[in-house]
Design a protein around this ligand. Sequence first.
Ligand code: SAM
Length: 306
Amino acid sequence: MFAPAKPPHQAFGGALFFCYATKGFVYNAEMIEDDKIIASADGIMRLDYVSFMGFLNETNRPPGGKDSMRRMAQNAFLTKDSHVLHSGCNTGYCSFELSHLIKCRVTALDLNDAMLASANKKSAKEPAPYCDLISFQKGDAHSLDFGDDTFDLVMSGGSTAFMKDKEKVVSEYVRVCKPYGFVGDVFLYYHTDPPQQVIDAINAELGISIQKWGKDDWVSLYTDAGLEAYYAYDAKMPVHPTDEDVKKYCATMVDQNGLAGDQRQVALDKLYGYMRLFNENHKYLSYAVLLCRKVPEKEQISLFGV
Ligand SMILES: C[S@@+](CC[C@H](N)C(=O)[O-])C[C@H]1O[C@@H](n2cnc3c(N)ncnc32)[C@H](O)[C@@H]1O
């Protein structure tokens, strides 16, 4: 039977902090200096999941990575005149990918200062014109600081799953999307009912509240907000790593950050705890790239499905 590993930060009991969706300690932009993050083993233990992955400089990709971004760009008909909103941008993987493919403008939003600092550092190293195409901004997707009908595409690379009130967030996506523009997401969904203990373990470790959502639940989240389902691409998770693969991955990720001694061991245990849990969860998951269109009027029903 699957027994979730307990990352060492659990040992901190009463010292756990809550930040929006995730549990743990959120590190600050000031903790980053010349791409090295100053933290003790103790500090590493207490980082929340998002901050910890940022600490390890993990490229936080959406499910399907580059392929998902190509599908989104092509199927939302983006051009260099398009303006995209990337919600929950983390360190900006999707923003960079879309700007590289299309040379369009991207406004990218996240709550986490350290993620934004890291994204801005990456952006500063981009050649022209890409260094000027993306604007990384702090903001909460529950209450977007943009006018109505602003963006050609409002997208999330899986971040909406991390947000507290998804209906509210999607209503904001719809509001700031232009008429006949697109709202897109790349989401993980359960193709098979997972054991409740896997869900409970993820929720406990990440301090979030994942539900056992299937594809239809995600599509309904968007269509119930008045959007028209326009394009959906479904895929199974491409690889199922062995425990050996997970361990190798964790060691490589930790070692590429030059950690040593206690810091290395704590980071290794913590990362392995998360990845072992995710690897178990992934057995039950598929992902989809979804694009929905903002239409002024609902389309008439069709008997033959077109
Ligand atoms: C795990 S990352 C996923 C990033 C995704 N893979 C991508 O490439 O776009 C989730 C991000 O959403 C951000 N986030 C969570 N709640 C948010 C909110 N209410 N508003 C804006 N960003 C939020 C987190 O800070 C985090 O960086």
